[in-house]
Design a binder for this molecule. Sequence first.
Ligand code: ADP
Length: 153
Amino acid sequence: MKRAIFPGSFDPITLGHYDIIKRGCELFDEVIVAIGVNSSKKYMFSLEKRKRFIEETFANQPKVSVVTYEGLTVNFCKEIGADFILRGLRNPADFEFEKAIAHTNRELSNIETVFLLTTAKTSFISSSIVREVLRYNGDYTKLVPESVRVEKI
Ligand code: ADP
């Protein structure tokens, strides 16, 4: 049983996340989308909304579930019996950042991080760009799955 977690803030889920999760389903028996709770961070969407957006998006994909967690990702992996961390890479900046985290996680555990390169079409999308577009009433719908609707903010 290959169980992976896909950790992140998902504030909100974007088509970039969607692409990685969908492709992760081809590689793993189970993909657990894990929303990290960081009490010192300010979010645009509440935890409940961020969770609901992802659940609605993958309502027809039984391999995907959504959970929330606090603390170190590797500790959470051990708790739920996940051997893999799935991450997406968009550009060299992502790579440098992710490399340090993956090395640290390897020092702390034997959990493998598996990277997927984003598809070209979604590689420019980030949750922070979506939030910026939303803040100024731009058309965000091309950047996010259908479940993310502004009236739900
Ligand atoms: P974090 O709080 O860790 O930055 P995010 O929700 O922004 O969380 O991202 C979670 C994961 O999704 C990370 O591995 C990130 O690289 C990946 N990701 C973010 N945007 C995209 C995208 N457009 N395409 C592919 N992967 C992405």
